[in-house]
Design a protein around this ligand. Structure first.
Ligand SMILES: [Zn+2]
Length: 319
């Protein structure tokens, strides 16, 4: 009985949830697990943003889109990145052309049987969900872009813009007329950002770029809509992590010492329910791992530049 209750809570924040119209014809559902998917109705068809990971939720989302747009085809499905939470549900929205950054194509075409097995095994404590994951079909993008692409249909403009940062594939969908931006996993509200594939310099730039768009509403990769103000907290978090890792590095601490030394400090930034603590801690550690390597590289480059400067000034003196 207790186990069943926990499963129900874990499937979504509030079960399957109802679609929310955040502007005329623009919908999201923040209740699913894995991501907050969205769709945009145009006169010619529907443009989808990301797909739920859990099959039951993906099927529910498809039914909700078809209920809202009964006679319209699915034109494009845009994945903000290649992570399972955003792209594993693609199979439930066919036929539709999937579009994403070229790096997402590279990553997703590398999803082998082994990857599917890992996804399956990651739900071993939730047999109801696991039972749904026996027929995973990976649908990598049919169309890719490197810097930008625009979808111009039925009076809508959707700009797909590569920003990187969270992953080397992370891209956002900007609707300039509606002033709405689907920002993927660049923005997290009251949650620890997932940084296992991060490039933090790029990430900070992406946050700035999102602020410069002039958006009124942001749709983050997880949870409900927010305003561009939410970008500041994410930037602070990343900057704080970079600062602390640099201090540890300059004190001569190893990567492992830095990770174990900073994990509790980082964990305190956002509330984490006890049952998710171990998972979040390991996510924070993989973020610290990335940042340590970045800082190490930055400091090594600085040292080399200093040496080069000294060598050339020494050469001047002797000349
Ligand atoms: Zn992601």
């Amino acid at each position: 009985m207790a186990a069943r209750k926990r499963t129900t809570v874990k499937i979504g924040i509030s079960g399957l949830g109802e679609r929310k119209e955040i502007a005329p014809g623009v919908f999201i559902n923040p209740s699913y697990r894995g991501c907050t998917p969205g769709f945009i109705r145009t006169d010619e068809g529907v443009i989808l943003v990301d797909t739920p990971l859990i099959p039951q939720q993906a099927k529910d989302w498809r039914a909700q889109i078809e209920e809202e747009c009964p006679d319209l085809p699915f034109l494009y499905l845009f994945n903000t990145d290649h992570h399972r939470g955003h792209a594993l549900g693609n199979q439930y929205f066919m036929p539709c052309k999937v579009i994403a950054h070229e790096r997402a194509y590279k990553e997703m075409s590398g999803y082998t049987e082994n990857f599917k097995e890992r996804v399956y095994n990651s739900f071993k404590r939730e047999p109801e969900i696991q039972a749904q994951l026996t027929n995973i079909i990976i649908i990598p993008p049919h169309i890719t872009f490197t810097d930008q692409a625009k979808l111009l249909y039925g009076g809508r403009e959707v700009h797909l813009i590569f920003v990187g940062g969270h992953t080397p594939a992370t891209s956002i969908a900007w609707l300039p007329k509606e002033k709405i931006c689907f920002v993927g996993d660049i923005v997290w509200v009251d949650q620890h950002p997932y940084m296992a594939q991060a490039n933090t310099v790029e990430w900070l730039r992406a946050l700035e770029r999102i602020r410069e768009l002039g958006a009124e509403i942001l749709v983050p990769g997880h949870g409900d809509i927010c305003t561009p103000d939410a970008t500041y907290r994410v930037a602070e978090y990343i900057q704080y992590m970079r600062k602390r890792v640099r201090e540890f590095y300059l004190q001569g601490k190893t990567k492992n010492e830095t990770k174990s030394g900073l994990v509790a400090e980082m964990l305190a930034w956002f509330p984490v329910p006890p049952e998710r603590k171990a998972k979040i801690e390991s996510q924070i550690k993989s973020g610290l791992n990335r940042v340590y390597r970045e800082i190490q590289q930055e400091e090594e480059e600085k040292a080399q530049a200093r040496q080069a400067a000294m060598a050339s000034s020494g050469a001047l003196e002797t000349a």
